[in-house]
Design a protein around this ligand. Structure first.
Ligand code: ZN
Length: 405
C-alpha cells in the first residue's frame, strides 16, 4: 500500500521541475495561506511591541522546518532554510511584524465571504502569510538550492519604527553578509524597485510668552511658525523625481489671550532622489531660520528671546537603483511567467530602502489578493481567485536567485 502510494505520488510529480512542484503546492494551499493571514493578524503588534506576534511567528517557522531560529536584539525573527546548502549568496526573504495601530485597538478579524476586515490584514499580515506559505511549499517539496535563504520577520517597518528592524539587520546584526533582500509587503502584485526617502521632524518655536494685550510687542512663537509655514508652502519641488513636503500637525499655545510659550509642527519631507531630498531639507531649514529672524526683526525693541528647536522623528534614505538590477529583472520575469501584468516598477517607502541605500539589491513585492484602507482600522482584504500568485511570485524569485540543486 505504502509502495503504491509513493509510486502514485512520484508519477504525479514525474517531469515536474522543483519550481513547478513548489508553485503547485502554493496554489493548493491558498486557503491555508488565508488562515495564516487571519490568525497572525489577531495577535496585536503595535509599534515597538511586536514581541508576542514574533514569538508565534517563530513557532510557525519552526513547524515548517526552518532552522537556526533566533530573535536578534532589535526583535527581528531570523531563521534559515535548511535546504540552502552553500554559504553564498545570502538572501533575506521577509515581511514585517509591526502595524501602525496602538495597543488596545480591536484586532479581531471579521470574515464575510471573501472579505476579511481587521487592522493590518493586508499590511502586512498578507506578507507574513506569504512567507510562511513559501516555507510550507519548500518543506513539502524538500527544496534544495544553492546559497543561503534566511526567512525573516522584521520589526519597526512602519512610520514610528523608522525601519529600525531592517536597519539593525543591515548595519549591525548581519552587516556585510547579505547579498539580496526581498520584502513581501501588502497585497496585489506591485514591484517596488526604488526607495522613497523621507526626513521627518518636529519643529518647535519657543518664546517668553505673556498676556496678549499687556505684553504685546515681543516675538510670538505662533507668528514665527506662521511665517515658517508660509515659506515652506512656497518651496518649489520637482515633479520628477517626485519630491514632496507636508506639515502634518500643528499645535501649541494655551489660550486665546496669551502669547504662546511654544508652538510646534510635524513635517514630512520626501523624495525618490537622495540629492533632491537633501536640497529640500536645506530649503526647509533655511525657511525655519529666516522665519525666526523675520519675527525677531519685527520687534526690534523687544529683548524677549525667540528660539527654534528641530527634532528628528525619522530618516529613511532614498535610493534609485535602475530597473536593470538583476533582482528587479528576476522579479519581472517571475511576474511574466505567472501571467501577472506588471506595467512599471514603482517607488515606495519600505524595508527595502535600507539595503537599496547601501547598494545591496532589494525589492518589495505584494503578497497577492487585494486590500483597501491600509493604516486604517477598517482595512479590509479581499481574497481573489489568483491570490496564490503572490507567494508564487516570491518563490520563483527565490529560485531565480538560488538555482535548485
Ligand atoms: Zn507594510
Amino acid at each position: 500500500m505504502r509502495v503504491s502510494l509513493l509510486f502514485l505520488i512520484s508519477s504525479a510529480l514525474f517531469g515536474q521541475s522543483l519550481p513547478d512542484q513548489v508553485l503547485r503546492i502554493i496554489q493548493a494551499n491558498q486557503a491555508w495561506t488565508l488562515e495564516q493571514q487571519r490568525t497572525i493578524c489577531e495577535i496585536p503588534a503595535p509599534p515597538f511591541k511586536e514581541k508576542v506576534r514574533g514569538i508565534e511567528y517563530a513557532k510557525r517557522l519552526k513547524a515548517l522546518g526552518l532552522v537556526d531560529i533566533r530573535t536578534d536584539s532589535e526583535g527581528n525573527i531570523i531563521s534559515r532554510w535548511p535546504g540552502s546548502t552553500s554559504p553564498k549568496p545570502v538572501t533575506v526573504f521577509s515581511a514585517h511584524l509591526d502595524t501602525v495601530f496602538p495597543e488596545g485597538v480591536d484586532v479581531k478579524v471579521k470574515t464575510a465571504g471573501t472579505r476579511l476586515t481587521g487592522p493590518g490584514i493586508g499590511d502586512d499580515c498578507r506578507g507574513l502569510a506569504s512567507v510562511l506559505t513559501v516555507a510550507k511549499a519548500f518543506q513539502e517539496a524538500k527544496v534544495k538550492v544553492e546559497g543561503t535563504i534566511l526567512f525573516v520577520a522584521t520589526v519597526g517597518e512602519e512610520g514610528q519604527g523608522d525601519l529600525r528592524g531592517v536597519r539593525h539587520l543591515f548595519t549591525k546584526e548581519m552587516k556585510g553578509q547579505i547579498d539580496n533582500f526581498i520584502s513581501v509587503d501588502g497585497t496585489a502584485y506591485g514591484v517596488t524597485a526604488r526607495g522613497v526617502g523621507s526626513n521627518r521632524y518636529k519643529v518647535t518655536y519657543f518664546g517668553r510668552g505673556g498676556h496678549s494685550y499687556g505684553a504685546f510687542g515681543m516675538p510670538n512663537p505662533a507668528h514665527a511658525m506662521g511665517r515658517a509655514i508660509a515659506r515652506i508652502s512656497d518651496i518649489q519641488v520637482p515633479k520628477q523625481p517626485k519630491t514632496t513636503f507636508n506639515i502634518g500637525t500643528v499645535e501649541g499655545g494655551t489660550s486665546v489671550n496669551s502669547i504662546p510659550i511654544s508652538v510646534s509642527m510635524e513635517v514630512d519631507l520626501r523624495s525618490e532622489s537622495a540629492s533632491e531630498l537633501a536640497t529640500l531639507d536645506e530649503r526647509f531649514r533655511a525657511a525655519l531660520q529666516s522665519a525666526l529672524e523675520a519675527e525677531k526683526a519685527r520687534w526690534p525693541d523687544s529683548t524677549a528671546a525667540l528660539e527654534l528647536k528641530v527634532e528628528t522623528m525619522g530618516l529613511r534614505p532614498a535610493a534609485e537603483p535602475a530597473d536593470s538590477t538583476p533582482i528587479i529583472q528576476k522579479t519581472l520575469a517571475a511576474a511574466k511567467q505567472l501571467g501577472i501584468p506588471v506595467f512599471a516598477t514603482r517607488s515606495g517607502s519600505t524595508d527595502s530602502n535600507i539595503p537599496m541605500s547601501l547598494g545591496i539589491q532589494a525589492v518589495t513585492i505584494g503578497g497577492g489578493g487585494q486590500a483597501t484602507g491600509a493604516h486604517s482600522a477598517d482595512e479590509f482584504y479581499e481574497e481573489t481567485p489568483d491570490s496564490y500568485k503572490g507567494p508564487q511570485m516570491a518563490a520563483l524569485l527565490l529560485f531565480g536567485l538560488h538555482p535548485p540543486k
